[in-house]
Design a protein around this ligand. Sequence first.
Ligand SMILES: *Cc1c(COP(=O)(O)O)cnc(C)c1O
Length: 393
Amino acid sequence: MKTATQLIHSIPVDELTGAISVPIYQTSTFVQESPGINKGFEFSRANNPTRKVLENIICNLEEGYAGFAFASGMAAIDAVLKLLKSGDEILTVDDTYGGIFQMFHHMIERFGIKVNFTDTSNIDNISAAITPRTRFIWLESPTNPTLKISDIKSVSKIARQHDILLVVDNTLCTPLLQQPIPMGADIVIHSASKYLAGHTDVIAGLVVVNTKPLADQLRFNQNISGSILSPFEAWLTIRGIETLYLRLEKQCSNAMAIATWLATHPAVDKVFYPGLDTHKNHHIARKQQKLYGALVSFSLKNDNIKSAIRIVNATRLFKLAESFGGVKSMLDHPATMTHRNIPEDFRKKAGLQDSCIRLSIGIEDAEDLINDLKQALDKLNQPSSGKQITVLQ
Ligand SMILES: *Cc1c(COP(=O)(O)O)cnc(C)c1O
């Protein structure tokens, strides 16, 4: 079966009633016939039939051993980090998601877990940064907003040689564009709040692991820490996944058209999109991704915060908002929004410029989206409206 068919038919019909839409089992507990004799469910923190359907869907799509659904992407990450113990180290990419940066820097360090950041798109940096205490190599590929790509297969070989687990945050690709587990990863993480749910109406996180021992540990963490996804949010996420293929195809082709156009605009300095052959990791993306994704970032020749803010304030179709992956196009100014908590020197070292603007491409018509960006970018050449631009720090 082709992916589009497989995706739709991995969503089961309810065995009990024949309901073609997955039922929402809004219950906290389950009646038992006799102590311990039950239909496989005891208490919804441990297991819930609606959540289980979603966990099985993501497990199948990622070709893993078991899936887990959490109340958010960060809760999923938290449960995975609790596989570690004090003294362990993590090696990760220098352009992590803002929330992960905070978690790595300001939370787990207090529990004696050290994190080393390096540019993992250069494989030599990884071997150089591994220490005897490294337990996880933690990749995001692509990263955002600079859309760095790491070679998952090559990194997994290094990880295996050193008996290190490879964790891949696959939020930007979803399993339809990239499957880290067949490439050698041990744990895959998703913020399902982005493309998987896809309609900017859910906060959810997913994890897939590739072995039974990892599954047993993570099931324990999920149940004991308790940050599970509710039956309704699980249902909304399943509902979103039903149209994932259609949405992503359109979003990726729109993204390619927009990235190509942006590269020709005189006010634009750099365009970051793995689908462009000018992108420094294009060759890796081509090898490991089916399509190039639907985030596009760019910087301005006028590399300053005020110019970027003028643009993000001027678009009409692109809505100014944090997050990405929805059907509606959005844009973000990382330096003052999603990545404002990352110290300026660290941010700049990772290649995130002051004027960088991140676009989350939706399913609208590509030409309309380009025209919207054009009228906003062209405003840079006009005298400013006199309206004060406030830069909040
Ligand atoms: C959004 C995001 C997260 C965090 O997920 P939430 O659902 O917002 O908690 C983690 N990783 C990446 C790459 C993300 O984009």
